[in-house]
Design a protein. Structure first.
Length: 283
């Protein structure tokens, strides 16, 4: 019997696209015979997992939770993608997403790469996801990841329908006073999709791009040059009002802004994140 080394497992994984544990089992059954192990993998249909990598995984769910931390609370959100909503809504898929989240929390992950490298039983999350692809018969992947920290963290998880798992998760970190309106702010984030907390957070290149577009648009409309700067500032303010959380009109009472909500309770928002299924980077 040939020794089943890490290098041998790696070789068979690369040649078949099967998960680590499946390769290990096949090699053990084949007593180290690579050719026979490949036959076993093919016979069990595990090899197809490798071919699934090229298929789009744009459905799925988002697992999220708040944990106590040294400086207050930390909110985590992990998107797990599948190819179809049929798989996404199965209890096993939702349970697997929760297990990926738990692994990310234990590792105190701060990025998708750190989530994938996190320990998951005797393997890593990356390897566990590869195993899940074989189990569900679809391309499965970890999509977006978000983490916010502050004295208080609020999470709102939105479902498109009762039978589906969460497809949008909004998280906001506030100070202690801001906790009084944190839930309302989380609902706002979910519904209105702000990109930045304050206008100071908007990257300079984005502001300059918006300024150029507003200037060119104003001139193209035939506005007198001397009033164009004022029109441009007005359009920039409209851009901030649409994309900056604290400047957005509060959906439940448009007469005030989200920033006004926090002023009313003497509180402040620290950070926020919004994750929506299928809205991450294209594969």
């Amino acid at each position: 019997m040939a020794a089943i080394t890490a290098a041998l497992i790696k070789q068979v994984r690369e040649e078949t696209g099967a998960g680590m544990m499946d390769v290990k089992k096949a090699l053990t059954e084949a007593e180290g015979d690579v050719a026979r192990a490949k036959e076993i993998i093919r016979a069990k249909g595990i090899q197809a997992a490798g071919k699934r990598e090229g298929r789009k995984a744009q459905e799925g769910t988002i697992a999220s939770k708040v944990v106590e931390s040294a400086n207050g609370q930390t909110g985590y959100a992990v998107e797990l993608n599948s190819e179809t909503d049929f798989v996404a809504k199965t209890p096993k898929f939702v349970e697997f997403a929760d297990s990926v989240l738990e692994d990310a929390v234990k590792a105190e992950a701060a990025s998708v790469d750190e989530v994938l490298a996190a320990a998951s039983g005797d393997a890593t999350v990356k390897e566990a996801v590869e195993e899940a692809a074989a189990l569900f018969g679809e391309h499965v992947k970890v999509g977006q990841f978000a983490k916010v920290e502050g004295p208080h963290v609020e999470i709102y998880a939105h479902k498109k329908s009762a039978e589906m798992p969460p497809s949008i998760v909004a998280m906001i970190a506030t100070d202690e006073a801001g906790a009084a309106v944190a839930h309302e702010a989380a609902l706002q984030i979910s519904a209105m999709g702000a990109q930045w907390l304050t206008r100071e957070d908007v990257p300079a290149d984005v502001v300059e791009s918006e300024r150029r577009v507003a200037t060119e648009k104003s001139l193209a409309e035939g506005k007198p040059e001397k009033i164009v700067p004022k029109i441009v500032e007005g359009r920039l303010n409209a851009f901030y009002k649409e994309n900056v959380l604290l400047e957005q009109s509060y959906v439940k009472d448009p007469s005030k802004t989200v920033g006004d909500l926090f002023k009313e309770v003497g509180g402040a928002a620290v950070a926020f994140a919004r994750v929506e299924v299928g809205k991450g980077e294209a594969e």
